[in-house]
Design a protein. Structure first.
Length: 247
């Protein structure tokens, strides 16, 4: 059982251990789904607050966008090393990422009206579609799929990292950030990779329940799924901005 999601790894579930003999003590798929729903609601509430605040006080945008993003990254690291803290760190992650996403969405919505609601709809449409694909077994999560997605993630990470570093020198990687066919094609590929990562997250949660992982791992599994959803939303937002800038 492996996942390319940075929050999830086989070692973490093995470290959590098995041997929890009662149903109340072990992780379940249903429990992870409920906790994912809780995290989504928390993120929505925080995003709504951030949206309203940044609309009236735009000077707070950097604090919400960058502060929330950095805090979310730290919470993911803490959860990776201390999964037992996930019942606390997962809700905190949902809140701080909600603040960041709300601020980013306000800024994008000013340039491209209604882009935020479009991105939200597409994100949850993708979530439900991939859930159906996984539950019906239309795409099997195999080692080959995991390896391919990991390779794709490595390539995407390298391109984004190179683009970030070159930006300090006033240099941009050509085409991929533009609204031309290459830029849109690149964003479509990244969105597709993020969508397929949902399958890995679903499979990881399912296998964790089968292994009899402890109950707190439901929060950990939900956190991993939220990380992928945040990534997916941001990439869809980027893709839509490229498409709308062509009009």
């Amino acid at each position: 059982m492996r996942s390319s999601n940075p929050v999830m790894s086989e070692r973490i579930f093995q470290r959590a251990g098995t041997g929890y003999t009662t149903d109340a003590d072990v992780m379940t798929v249903q429990g992870a789904a409920i906790k994912t729903g809780i995290l989504i609601l928390l993120a929505f509430a925080a995003a709504a607050f951030s949206w309203q605040t940044c609309m009236t006080q735009p000077q707070l945008y950097p604090a919400f966008a960058f502060g929330g993003g950095i805090a979310g990254f730290v919470l993911v690291l803490v959860s990776s090393f201390k999964p037992k803290l996930s019942p606390y760190t997962a809700p905190m992650y949902a809140v701080v990422e909600g603040l960041a996403l709300g601020a980013i969405s306000v800024l994008m919505n000013q340039y491209y009206p209604e882009i935020a609601i479009q991105a939200v709809c597409l994100t949850f449409g993708t979530l439900f579609t991939m859930c159906m694909v996984y539950s019906n077994g239309w795409i099997k999560v195999t080692d080959r799929l995991r390896t391919g997605l990991m390779a794709a993630l490595g390539g995407i990470f390298f391109i984004y990292l190179a683009s970030f570093i070159l930006g300090f020198f006033g240099v941009q990687i050509p085409y991929i950030h533009g609204n031309g066919p290459i830029g849109i094609g690149f964003s479509l590929i990244v969105v597709g990779v993020a969508a397929f990562f949902l399958l890995l997250d679903f499979d990881f949660i399912t296998k964790g329940a089968q292994y009899g992982a402890p109950k707190y791992m439901e929060w950990y599994g939900a956190l991993g799924l939220m990380v992928t959803l945040v990534w997916l939303y941001l990439e869809i937002l980027r893709l839509l901005s490229k498409l709308q800038s062509r009009d």
